[in-house]
Design a protein around this ligand. Structure first.
Ligand SMILES: Cc1cc2nc3c(=O)[nH]c(=O)nc-3n(C[C@H](O)[C@H](O)[C@H](O)COP(=O)(O)O)c2cc1C
Length: 352
């Protein structure tokens, strides 16, 4: 029986050749937001390895939205042009490519993981982070400045402008990063959003910024372009954002033009009790799929073909994202897709 993960998936006018996605993974290898030779090699090699969709790592919509000074950005047309070789190389391998549009909010201006912990001071190229409320992520992180409503309108426009640039650079799709405790998630969770204006309070208030971002992005890309979203479906903290509230918000926001939900979890605050283990977030994807009716992706410690196929066959998700597995082994899809459905570059055929 052909493996379900070898089947194409069509979102709007884009047909992804199989159900294996490369999860977005920060490389901390950009300068002033521009992609480097590293990005060209890193993404094109995974595309050659046969994955169906490459999702380029968190890419900031404004300079202050970078997690670290070495993050990618799409805040100018010059950045968009610099992405063109990466996009061309991935598409030439028969793979589709999306970019994850992001703003780190209170988790901005931190060191790349191998360079230090916590906030980077201005003397070392850091900046003052912003957020829904003046509450730091953790000790060692700066207290963010609370964003004013007119700044939020500008940020929603910045997401839209970055999405337009992504399409101009040739990306097939865009993904809105609403997960892992970054700015949009900070608005969604009652644990990080203490606002008393129309961007806080109940679920409608806390999801207002997300809605404005989704509307701005959808209005900035052609109808043919899929808009994906990555969510943390739960904070894994009592009293926090949870899968039921997440499903209710998504069921409403999807009407603004979302086509696919990539379901992750956590990252909002220290002290989360995450039950890490094989496929530990699949149940969340399944719940979101059931409650919203949206095409859904599962991610997190999915490392065997049997596991990936079971997730799809059981109807828990419509696609599977592979993260660290593809860092270790870019050729995993080529070796695990059925022989008649895999995509081997002709130059390498004799190796398979
Ligand atoms: C080095 C690294 C960087 C990551 N950067 C991002 C990112 O930019 N955006 C994001 O949504 N998730 C990011 N993640 C999370 C992954 O996309 C993925 O959800 C996580 O690694 C779990 O999947 P896995 O077990 O297949 O690796 C990152 C993970 C790693 C290991």
């Amino acid at each position: 029986m052909p493996a379900l993960f070898a089947e194409p998936l069509t979102l709007r006018s884009v047909t992804i050749p199989n159900r294996l996605f490369m999860a977005p993974m920060c490389q901390y290898s950009a300068r002033d937001g521009y992609p480097s030779d590293w990005h060209l090699r890193h993404y094109s090699e995974r595309a050659l390895g046969g994955v169906g969709l490459v999702v380029v790592e968190a890419t900031a919509v404004s300079p202050e939205g970078r997690i670290s000074p070495a993050d990618l950005g799409l805040w100018s047309d010059g950045h968009a042009r610099a992405f063109e070789p990466v996009v061309r190389a991935v598409r030439a391998a028969g793979c589709k490519i999306a970019v994850q549009l992001a703003h780190a909010g209170r988790k901005a201006s931190t060191y790349p993981p191998w360079m230090g912990k916590g906030g980077v001071p201005p003397a070392e190229g850091g900046w003052e982070p912003v957020g829904p409320s003046a509450k730091a992520f953790d000790e060692g992180h700066s207290v963010p400045r609370e964003l004013a409503p007119r700044e939020l309108e500008a940020l929603a426009r910045a997401f839209g402008d970055a999405a337009r640039r992504a399409v101009e650079a040739g990306f097939d799709a865009v993904e809105i990063h609403a997960a892992h405790g970054y700015l949009i998630h900070q608005f969604l969770s009652p644990l990080s959003n203490h606002r008393t204006d129309s961007y806080g309070g109940d679920a409608a208030g806390r999801s207002r910024f997300l809605r404005e971002v989704v509307r701005s992005v959808r209005a900035s890309v052609p109808d043919a372009t899929p808009v994906l979203i990555r969510v943390s479906a739960t904070d894994w903290i009592p009293g926090g954002w949870d899968v039921e509230e997440c499903a209710r918000v998504l069921a409403e926001v999807r009407e603004d033009g979302l086509d696919f939900v990539d379901v992750s979890s956590g990252g909002l605050a220290p002290g989360a009790k995450t039950p890490v283990g094989p496929g530990y977030q699949v149940g969340l994807a399944s719940r979101i799929r059931e409650r919203t009716g949206m095409p859904t992706g599962a991610v997190g410690l999915i490392t065997t073909a049997e596991q990936a196929d079971q997730i799809l066959l059981s109807g828990s998700a419509d696609a599977v994202s592979l993260g660290r597995l593809l860092l270790r082994d870019p050729w995993w899809p080529a070796r695990n897709l059925p022989a008649d459905r895999r995509r081997i570059p002709p130059q390498y055929l004799r190796a398979f």
